[in-house]
Ligand binder design. Structure first.
Ligand code: GRF
Length: 211
């Protein structure tokens, strides 16, 4: 029996704030046998996150936890990570999640995010959605892309796991570039998560090594 056949799927929690296209892509990759994870829980930051509907496809329960119901980022984060622990999640996947998290020690380097630009460009507080792509177009960069990274307590700042680049044309609209980047995201995120599921990702300070 190979390692892949003997290994149990990695239990994950998926956090969403929006349409859940990223969660749907994860579900599709699991169904296609390309991603060895078991989605144990979906957390939405707002009842308006329509992506919650994809939790059922993963056979996972979903919860809505709203920041304003908590006194601080720390209290909010604690409620979220408590739910993740209770679900047995060994990895927390931010899939279009828009709230700042305070990552507890036991989840250090066990929370991953995908950002729709090549970090450290066009990232940080306020850089989300189409603003990221419009900024890249306005700056005149010729390449953009996506970055999968571990999450620390600053927006888009943790160690970089994997990046995929796409070309940018002066004729692009933010919508067109967003679609091109999202196509790259649909490859990059499952690829990075699978590397983690296979135990092939090591973190040394800011530097991630894939073994
Ligand atoms: C993507 O732009 C991704 O880079 C960012 O959130 C967007 C996807 O959100 N993290 P969703 O999956 O459509 O809700």
């Amino acid at each position: 029996m190979s390692d892949g056949e003997s290994r149990k799927p990695l239990p994950v929690a998926v956090l969403i704030s929006g349409t859940g296209r990223t969660l749907k892509n994860i579900n599709d990759r699991v169904s296609a046998g390309q991603l060895d994870v078991d989605v144990r829980l979906v957390v939405a930051s707002t009842a308006k996150a329509t992506g919650v509907k994809f939790a059922a496809d993963a056979g996972a329960p979903s919860r809505v936890l709203v920041r304003k119901d908590f006194g601080s980022d720390a209290a909010y984060s604690e409620a979220i990570f408590t739910a993740c622990r209770e679900a047995g999640a060994e990895l927390v996947v931010l899939a279009g999640w828009l709230k700042l998290l305070v990552v507890p020690d036991d989840y250090r380097n066990r929370v991953v995010n995908i950002h729709p630009a090549l970090i450290p460009s066009f990232c940080g507080k306020g850089y989300y959605g189409h603003h990221v792509h419009q900024s890249a177009i306005d700056y005149g960069v010729k390449m953009s892309g996506c970055t999968v990274h571990f999450v620390n307590n600053e927006y888009d700042h943790g160690p970089v796991i994997l990046q995929k680049a796409v070309p940018v044309s002066h004729e692009d609209t933010a919508d067109v570039l967003a679609a091109r980047v999202f196509k790259a995201e649909c490859e990059a995120f499952p690829e990075a998560i699978q590397l983690i599921a296979e135990g092939r990702v090591e973190v040394d300070g800011r530097v991630v090594q894939v073994t």
